[in-house]
Design a protein around this ligand. Structure first.
Ligand SMILES: Cc1ncc(COP(=O)(O)O)c(C=O)c1O
Length: 418
């Protein structure tokens, strides 16, 4: 790719594409935002680097800004360079916190879900529930367990019932009881599984999970690396469930991808478990040279001015609904399900009407290529679970207009009709 503006990118041959993946689910504010570039340029000249072993203005301002956007009691921020590092930080924080909150117990296990993606570092990939992204590096970090994701189309518990029974959420409780609560530190979930094939938490799921975690004194980590910063129709996806995580993981949309940055936000309860005792043994010994880089924080602050000033989550909610409604109108038996929240959407392709067999990956790739030839970039859940690379993903910048959403639908329809 050569250059970009708004929702469009141009390749080095000059061909223009509507970027219906916002890069990698991250350019929430859209391309060409001069205020972000100017803020970074100014910061480069003022203080291009300073470590967070002391503190600096942009990181302090950004932490304060995030605290103001998040519910009270969820406002202690640790900055990193990426989503993977922010997840890694959350996992380490959870294990140490569990030790400090429950002396005498051995709480180290982390329960995640199949099909979830949490990053490329050893802890984050151990939490990931996608064999194709793991098997080359096994054995992974001990203590990671997985339960079934919410998958209405193929649910082993209730695909045949009228409504979701939330048994997939109850699976966390079953796992905690089977393993012994005194061995479990945390649960980690994405409110909407993104790269794994777009599986939104059904209504009531996150609430149920919060109750289960409280019942067994297990920490709830929400990975909002994709869902954060407006993508699902609210600034953070957890707001829709009316619950709060113990640890929140953020990245991607925090700078709209203009510079690398991740953040792990701890609740007061977690933070307080680390307040140094006399020997300092309780402190979080975790350090990053570039995490919270002043220029990345300056980019994030300018980006948040845009996201909040333009209330882009509202556009995500409205255009996202329109996009899903139009995609559902496409008359093609290979569309097994269109699902999503806001501007985080997936089209699951199957072999035919009433046949849930995943459409072979080679055919899905051809469809994706034809959509690209039609001038629209969509994603796919590649390298996740063997034989299930059959979900096309659509997550454009949050500034996308209704007519651009129609262009995306037209490109998909034409590619399927080919
Ligand atoms: C939900 C989720 N968590 C973590 C990550 C890892 O983020 P990064 O690629 O910035 O390391 C990703 C990346 O796509 C993600 O989707």
């Amino acid at each position: 790719m050569d250059h970009a503006d708004g929702c469009y990118v141009w390749d080095s041959d000059g061909k223009k594409y509507l970027d219906a993946m916002a890069g990698l689910w991250c350019v929430n504010a859209g391309y060409g935002r001069k205020s972000i570039a100017e803020a970074v340029y100014a910061q480069m000249q003022k203080l291009p680097y300073s470590p967070l072993t002391q503190s600096h203005g942009p990181a302090a301002a950004l932490a304060t800004r995030l605290a103001g956007l998040l519910p009270k009691g969820l406002d202690r921020v640790f900055f990193t360079n990426s989503g993977s590092e922010a997840v890694e930080t959350a996992l380490k924080m959870a294990r140490q916190c569990a030790r400090q909150l429950h002396p005498g117990e051995s709480r180290y296990k982390i329960i995640a879900r199949h099909r979830a993606y949490h990053g490329f570092t050893m802890g984050a990939v151990s939490a990931t529930g996608q064999t194709a992204r793991k098997r080359a590096f096994e054995p992974l970090v001990p203590g990671f367990l997985h339960v079934a994701p919410p998958d209405r189309l193929r649910c082993n518990f209730c695909a045949g019932s009228q409504a979701c029974t939330l048994t997939c959420a109850d699976e966390f409780e079953r796992m905690i009881r089977m393993e012994g609560p005194e061995s479990v530190a945390a649960v980690i979930v994405e409110p909407v599984i993104g790269g794994g094939g777009v599986f939104p938490a059904p209504e009531g799921y996150l609430e149920r999970l919060r109750q289960i975690c409280d019942r067994y004194r297990v920490l709830l980590i929400l990975d909002e690396v994709i869902t954060g910063f407006g993508r699902t129709g609210t600034l953070f996806a957890f707001e829709q469930a009316g619950i709060q995580p113990d640890i929140l993981v953020l990245a991607k949309g925090i700078t709209s991808g203009y510079l690398p940055l991740g953040a792990t936000v701890a609740s007061d309860r977690v933070f307080e478990a680390f307040l140094s005792d006399k020997n300092g043994a309780a402190k979080f010994t975790h350090l990053s040279t570039f995490g919270g880089h002043p220029c990345s924080c300056a980019a994030a602050l300018a980006n948040l001015d845009i996201l909040c000033g333009e209330r882009l989550w509202e556009n995500a909610a409205a255009v996202g609904s329109e996009l899903r409604a139009r995609l559902r109108e496409i008359d093609d038996p290979r569309i097994g399900e269109v699902r999503g929240r806001g501007l985080l959407n997936g089209i699951e392709l199957v072999s035919g009407a009433g046949d849930k067999t995943p459409l072979p990956e080679a055919e899905v790739v051809q469809i994706q290529k034809r959509i690209r030839a039609n001038g629209v970039l969509v994603g796919r859940n590649s390298d996740t679970v063997p034989a299930f690379g059959n979900v096309l993903t659509i997550a454009p910048p949050l500034i996308v207009s209704e007519s651009q959403a129609h262009d995306i639908v037209d490109a998909v329809r034409a590619a399927l009709a080919h």
